[in-house]
Write a protein that binds this ligand. Sequence first.
Ligand code: UD2
Ligand code: MN
Length: 582
Amino acid sequence: PGRSQGQPIPRNQSKTSSSLLVPQTAVSQAKLALAGGLHSTRRNLTAGHEQSYTNIPKNPGRHRVQKIDVTLSPRDPNAPGQFGRPVVVPPGKKEEAERRWKEGNFNVYLSDLIPVDRAIEDTRPTGCAEQLVHNDLPTTSIIVCFVDEVWSTLLRSVHSVLNRSPPHLIKEILLVDDFSTKDYLKANLDKYMSQFPKVRILRLQERHGLIRARLAGAQNATGDVLTFLDSHVECNVGWLEPLLERVYLNRKKVACPVIEVINDKDMSYMTVDNFQRGVFTWPMNFGWRTIPPDVVAKNGIKETDVIRCPVMAGGLFSIDKSYFYELGTYDPGLDVWGGENMELSFKVWMCGGEIEIIPCSRVGHIFRNDNPYSFPKDRMKTVERNLVRVAEVWLDEYKDLFYGHGDHLIDQGLDVGNLTQQKELRKKLKCKNFKWYLDNVFPDLKAPVVRASGVLINPALGKCITIENTTAMLDDCDGNNQLQQFNYTWIRLIKHGEWCMAPIADEGSLRLQPCDSRDKRLRWLHKSTSGFHPELVDHIVFENYQQLLCMEGNFSQKTLKVSTCNPMKPYQKWKFEKYHEG
Ligand code: UD2
Ligand code: MN
């Protein structure tokens, strides 16, 4: 996994810029998605308003979203960063600014320079201000977890909530201090926040990590809905009501604002491209994808339409508190940071809920290239371990795609802890399987359960592998012969039904054995000198992972053997009938 999570595509930025941490630009992704042709149903992309509005609860009275923003006539309109404008570090302060960068992995010097209650531009699409929400929306507890957050950004987050939300909807703002070490947070925070009766500070006595810190916040929350925020955000005008409205319409909806970009270098508030969804690529890397423009046009999708979201970014969302508990909250076995957004997303979708991005709700967030705080254990291992927990509980037969694209840390004895409770929970909630999720929520994800399949041919010999008793032999190719059918899995097993191809070292022969996903002897690297690609058949060999021996056919007999790999030997080159893109 990368060192941090990518940001959505800011508007008016070069679409080909690679500095945005966005794996795919809007343009190239449009081509990709169209090639798949899977985007054509409106149902998969936007929420059905029709459906939601049919079960409107009790009081149908509605009003326009309130435009509450006490920063609109700022005390100092000329202050740096006012109205979300970019700020330049004054000459002579460059060194100081550079030095202070690492306090938060963004321009901390500039953050301290701009007002904690600055105004920002109202970036909502046209039409949002006219939308109606119910008069009797539920109240919410805002939960902000932080560890050693920069003073000015923490304050700006809190001010933006207080200044731009209808007061009666905010039950409380819970600041959960995840065992920060910075003195200013210990000495000054209580005093500063005491001017706001709704703000409560919860101090954890040991480092919980953001996942368990959120759970501690939830335990202490008294509002109907939980709204989670990161500690370096700026909520925009009218951000809250549209989120609560979705939860009100259906308590199983999890509502996310559009996450906008607070530039880490100049602290400007940048709006983002419309129509972005949260998705993931293997091995479960979160990312943003824009719905292609012609799909938007063809389906008549409006800028204000709620977007169905396969996975949430993680940090900012509203969820009905009782529903959150019904779902068993987060897996409390997840540590520190990472993967919890996948877990909750799969859980919500597969167990009867929905995740939506609400374009009329917008919150800015500082995306950073690296976590500014330390991890109690190795960072990569922590994230990998979290993801393995998610994969084992939720991915079913698709988990091999995760392992096959990843680093196989699980092979190196990674202890992921006990998963019984999580698996029990999934059963108890009668959740749907991962295939259902792929078919219904994220049909454009490429997820073939095997990497290659069909007959396994040696092009130089013109022969295929066949099974006699349990021994692998060569024979004339026959695609209809069951004994010649193999699957090549993402974790590099060559499977014939439930049996796996194994080298028998002393004989040098090849035989089927019961599969064991941990047995490295059963793994075959389908190697080519220039990467894995079916067209490169001339270069492809099957090299045994453990013994570094290659599969080789015999010219005069029908036999197969394993022998020392030699890229010059054509009888060591193999090709599957079909390769599946994933
Ligand atoms: C994103 C999410 C973040 C979380 C993470 C994956 C957004 C905007 N942000 O990464 O919320 O879902 O992906 O796990 O969607 N924190 C603690 N204790 C810790 C570590 C972090 O309290 O041990 C706090 C931290 O101060 C911050 C929040 O948790 O307020 C999220 O951490 P981050 O900002 O480093 O995560 P981010 O935005 O890179
Ligand atoms: Mn963050």
